[in-house]
Design a protein around this ligand. Structure first.
Ligand code: PLP
Length: 373
């Protein structure tokens, strides 16, 4: 049973808390320890990766290894290029239409929540946007059925957000859009299960959810889509320039790139994407079970498209949010507040969240319900 809120935070054996924040999010402890041990002196060079020239042999080896590990993990086909760029996922909201909408001036967007909304708003600066499907009237709680989609055969590409981080809505299938290039924002669910990359024109993901520190965005782009940027596209935003310069048109975010490389190694050591998928399934299923078996907690997303990575939930009694968040924090369960745009609560449980973290959260939720329910 819970007592008065204690100010002493309960830490894990590694002296850490369980961080349920949506991003920047937890990184694996093993990755942080490795980075720490190499921080001052990377492999006998007498310098930190942070201090190395991006064009040095040492950094080129780090960059190359990171890409080849990512290629192996995702089984990326030869006709795709991989970019490590700056500007986060949001940079791609503009970069995609700038590079793909030169010949055809319209693009299809699935509007399934906050992030697809931002992306289509940005795209409207460059081309016409056709909203192919949306569940906006129900507060973005489901993905409309394929037979209701309004796909425009003249569109330059079809865009969707594979996991809506704020709304907790995830595509558990790859939309079939025929021959039109499919573009996806996988910021919050790339590397959480095996993926058939060959179904896509472009896949991008900001790093700070499952890949590494913020600022970096990983872009996987099919070769035939490169070299078609609109006139006036800045060099930094041109896929042809960035692939030509191997993501080094200017100084790349070297330390984030290195950290991403350590995360790739960690994923392989853990058993790759099959292991990531299994862990994500177990963690999310048990958390939803607690929510569904209670009248105290609620999640209103259609069961068929609930996110395995971001679990938003509400309390029957609105006056208890502050209490829940404060007591959670004291129990070493931090950043459980929902996004400022939607309120409520949210547990983000990416690859680096250990299963024990979810177990601890569940125990806490049961105790909290007993006391206040
Ligand atoms: C976090 C997030 C973004 C924004 O990422 P930035 O790196 O801050 O630009 C975009 N899309 C999705 C799906 C996200 O989860």
């Amino acid at each position: 049973m819970l007592n008065k809120i204690s100010t002493a935070v309960q830490y894990t054996p590694a002296g850490r808390v369980y961080n349920f924040g949506a991003g920047p999010a937890m990184l694996p402890v093993e990755v942080m320890q490795r980075a720490q041990s190499e921080f001052m002196d990377w492999h006998g060079t007498g310098m930190s990766v942070m201090e190395m020239s991006h064009r040095s042999d040492e950094f080129m080896s780090i960059a190359g290894q990171t890409e080849s590990d990512l290629r192996e993990i995702l089984q990326i086909p030869q006709n795709y290029r991989v970019l490590f760029l700056q500007g986060g996922a949001s940079s791609q909201f503009a970069m995609v239409p700038m590079n793909l909408s030169q010949e055809r001036d319209v693009a299809d967007y699935f509007h399934t929540g906050h992030w697809s909304g931002k992306a289509l708003k940005e795209a409207r600066k460059f081309c016409k946007v056709n909203v192919s499907a949306t569940d906006e009237k129900n507060g973005f709680t489901s993905i409309p059925a394929p037979d209701s989609w309004l796909l425009n055969p003249d569109s330059a590409y079809v865009y969707y957000t594979a996991n809506e981080t704020i709304n907790g809505v995830e595509f558990h299938f790859i939309p079939d859009v025929g021959d039109i290039p499919l573009v996806t924002d996988m910021t919050s669910n790339l590397l959480t299960r095996p993926l058939d990359v060959s179904c896509f024109g472009i896949i991008f993901a900001g790093a700070q959810k499952n890949i590494g520190p913020s600022g970096l965005v990983v872009v996987i782009v099919r070769e035939d889509l490169i070299g078609k940027a609109r006139q006036g596209t800045p060099s930094m935003y041109d896929y042809a320039v960035q692939t030509g310069e191997k993501s080094m048109y200017n100084t790349p975010p070297t330390y984030s790139w290195y950290m991403a490389g350590l995360v790739m190694q960690w994923i392989m050591e853990q058993g790759g994407l099959i292991a990531m998928e299994e862990k994500a399934r177990r963690k999310s299923e048990k958390l939803y079970r607690v929510i569904d078996n209670s009248d105290f907690y609620n999640n209103n997303v259609d069961v068929a498209c609930r996110s395995r990575l971001n679990v938003p939930f509400s309390l029957a009694d609105e006056t208890l949010y502050e209490e829940f968040i404060a007591r959670g924090k004291a129990a070493g369960l931090v950043a459980l507040a929902g996004h400022r745009s939607v309120g409520g609560l949210r547990a983000s449980i990416y690859n680096a969240m250990p299963e024990e973290g979810v177990d601890r959260l569940i125990e806490f939720m049961r105790d909290f319900e007993k006391r206040y329910g």
